[in-house]
Ligand binder design. Structure first.
Ligand SMILES: Nc1ncnc2c1ncn2[C@@H]1O[C@H](COP(=O)(O)OP(=O)(O)O)[C@@H](O)[C@H]1O
Ligand SMILES: [Mg+2]
Length: 304
């Protein structure tokens, strides 16, 4: 690892903190394992590091995985496997390929890259034979495909996510986070195969998002959208009605912040489209505000 790589690694924390809100309790442990993984300090013939992310839906588990993978490896190095598609015995063939020809989804990922992150979402849904494969991956970073070929996964981080206990978190509204964390970890340990649970290096419970963090996430997504429009020559300044309305439309108790990005794009897109159709090309400072459950674009000087 050269010094450029080292100085980049020192910026990992700032990068994750700029993208992920309300999960400050898990970031240090994620960063610590990633640093050790990148510096070659984790065990030989194992994946670079393994994580189990627990907690409610839409609170940043996938977003965190995308953020660190992009930062460390660059884009398109995250390979995602939705375990709801691997619930049957036959799904083993999808993962590991056929005896003759036909490559499995794991081999296809390895064909594209020797390093990156393998994300296995909702592992509680995977067939037990698929879980056996996870044990091989965690133990030896090697998987034998149906055609006899062996894949070397030692260049990858492995992230598992599970919803086990996540719904309980929403019901334990009034408990401290430490209590909820203990509860979710205990539930996961019971529900998962113990040997699988034991082999995962970092098991981290993500927290529900409080209102302040919901606002911060709305701000992040809003900034992205405003930047996109600015590059198209459209300068919008949201007033104070905008953020709370984005949260009202984009945050859902059961889905977390999942609907937020679409809400931002649709609300602002509709307002801009209406303005362009009415006014033609708009220049100068335009104000975005919320009125009667929609965003509108206001021309402060009446000019356009
Ligand atoms: N803690 C967070 N910080 C920043 N953005 C978040 C956070 N949680 C959720 N989001 C937003 O919500 C979307 C869905 O979150 P995601 O990470 O996919 O949820 P999950 O925890 O179910 O994997 C993300 O794409 C991101 O825009
Ligand atoms: Mg997810």
């Amino acid at each position: 690892m050269d010094s450029i790589e080292n100085s980049k690694l020192l910026k990992l924390e700032a990068h994750l903190r700029s993208r992920i809100r309300g999960q400050d309790h898990v970031l240090p442990r994620i960063i610590s394992l990633l640093k050790r993984g990148q510096l070659g300090l984790t065990k030989l013939n194992r994946p670079r590091g393994s994580f189990l992310f627990l907690g409610p839906t839409g609170v940043g588990k996938t977003e965190t995985t995308i953020a660190f993978t992009d930062f460390i490896f660059g884009e398109d190095k995250l390979f995602r496997f939705d375990m709801s598609e691997y619930q049957t015995q036959e799904s083993l063939g999808v993962l590991l390929g056929g005896k003759l020809g036909e490559r499995g989804t794991l081999a296809l990922a390895c064909d594209r890259s020797r390093c990156g992150t393998l994300l296995f979402d909702e592992i509680e849904k995977a067939h037990t034979r698929v879980l056996d494969i996870f044990l091989q991956i965690l133990d030896a970073a090697r998987v034998t495909m149906a055609n006899g070929e062996t894949l070397d996964l030692s260049g990858f981080y492995i992230v598992f996510t599970t919803n086990i206990g996540g719904a309980d978190l929403l019901n334990l509204q009034h408990s401290t986070f430490a209590t909820m964390e203990r509860h979710v970890l205990a539930r996961a340990q019971q529900a998962m195969r113990p040997e699988l649970f034991a082999r995962i290096t970092e098991k981290l419970v993500f927290n529900r998002l409080g209102y302040d963090h919901q606002l911060e996430i709305a701000q992040l997504l809003l900034n992205g959208e405003l930047k996109f429009l600015r590059e198209k020559g459209y300068e919008l300044h949201p007033d104070k009605t905008v953020l709370p309305f984005v949260v009202q439309r984009g945050f859902h108790p059961k889905l977390g912040a999942r609907p937020m990005r679409d809400a931002v794009e649709k609300l602002i897109g509709d307002a801009v489209a209406a303005d362009l159709l009415a006014e033609g090309v708009s220049r100068g400072k335009l104000i975005l505000n919320e009125m009667e459950n929609a965003f509108t674009v206001v021309h402060p000087n009446g000019d356009h």
